[in-house]
Design a protein around this ligand. Structure first.
Ligand SMILES: [Zn+2]
Length: 330
């Protein structure tokens, strides 16, 4: 089985965007739910994510709301709560229509300056009532201005306690950037991946939460490429070796869109810490003229590496996802 642990509902029907516009312009006029039929959901998936699953021979996608649209910086906490509910409910419906193809992962109703503990009711609703298996956690709800305490600060601890209790991991995932210095998918996302890793490296978070798990997407940002720097920094700071310090808790996905990048990831990071993912349909949608293949067809890159053992490949495609997301029983 090949499980893609990182997909977003980037093709959601227009009704969701219409609801959002109304929410932001005239909250009193919005209906309780976006007007979206099951057929519209089917159409939006059949022509995109489902077609791509079939073409690439992957089986299942862990599916969450569109990351760039989480927009935790927009409006206030109440705005974020009701928007997150709508996005999560729509993902739940999509997964319900195709339970063999999609498994739901939720957006958290974060808001700048608001304690992450306030996200617990929505996390519990999604996990306990709707069967979600994970969440996306935004380390920067300000959208590019980095105003929150680091992910290792006690500010985040009540949410972590709940994640541990529920046995759900978080994918560290920012949303859109309102800082013009940071392009959202090209800079802000990768910056956040790299920043989160460095925060973990400098703290004893995993002593406090030995079973807490994070997935750092997009291949871990700059981390695998600079693994020697991180090992060296940990050593200079008299921190334990990285394997001991965080590799029981921190995992990387394979959303790296060229062959040498995937080869480096697999060479540097232990196979036990790599989860297959493509983020389709997502950040990069085109075809690489050098290969004639889609940039985000990440399975192809892994399949092209002959030195990887069958056992390690199985871990990357399936086993590690099951380990990190124990609520997934499919
Ligand atoms: Zn993503």
């Amino acid at each position: 089985m090949i499980i893609d642990c990182h997909g977003h509902y980037t093709t959601a029907p227009a009704g969701l965007g219409i609801w959002r516009k109304l929410q932001l312009s005239d909250a009193k006029r919005i209906s309780s739910n976006p007007k979206i039929s099951d057929d519209e959901i089917r159409d939006s998936l059949e022509s995109a994510q489902l077609r791509i699953q079939r073409e690439r021979g992957t089986d299942l996608t862990f599916f969450s709301p569109r990351a760039g649209s989480m927009e935790h910086h927009v409006g206030d906490e109440a705005t974020s709560i009701s928007w997150s509910r709508q996005c999560n409910d729509l993902v739940y419906r999509a997964c319900g229509l195709y339970p063999a193809n999609f498994v739901p992962v939720c957006q958290l109703p974060q808001s700048p300056g608001v304690p992450p503990a306030n996200c617990i009711p929505e996390l519990e609703r999604c996990v306990r009532e709707l069967g979600f298996v994970g969440c996306n956690l935004n380390p920067d709800p300000s959208g590019g201005w980095w105003k929150e305490p680091p992910l290792t600060d006690r500010w985040w601890y009540p949410l972590y306690e709940k994640m541990v209790e529920l046995e759900v991991p978080a994918m560290v995932h920012v949303s859109s950037s309102c800082n013009p210095a940071f392009h959202f998918t090209g800079a802000h996302y990768l910056n956040a991946d790299t920043t989160a890793f460095m925060q973990f490296l400098t703290s004893d978070l995993f002593k406090d939460f030995p079973t807490l798990k994070f997935v750092i997407p997009h291949g871990g940002g700059a981390v695998p490429y600079h693994w020697g720097r991180y090992r060296g920094l940990a050593q200079d700071m008299q921190r334990p070796p990285l394997k001991e310090l965080l590799l029981g808790n921190v995992f990387f996905d394979t959303c790296v869109y060229h062959q040498p990048g995937i080869e480096l990831l697999l060479k540097v990071i232990p196979a036990d810490n790599i989860l297959f993912a493509s983020e389709m349909v997502g950040a990069v949608r085109g075809i690489d003229p050098e290969t004639g293949q889609y940039y985000d067809d990440t399975r192809r890159y892994i399949d092209a590496i002959s030195s990887i053992s069958a056992a390690d490949k199985k871990k990357i495609f399936e086993g590690n996802v099951r380990k990190v997301y124990p609520r997934f029983k499919g």
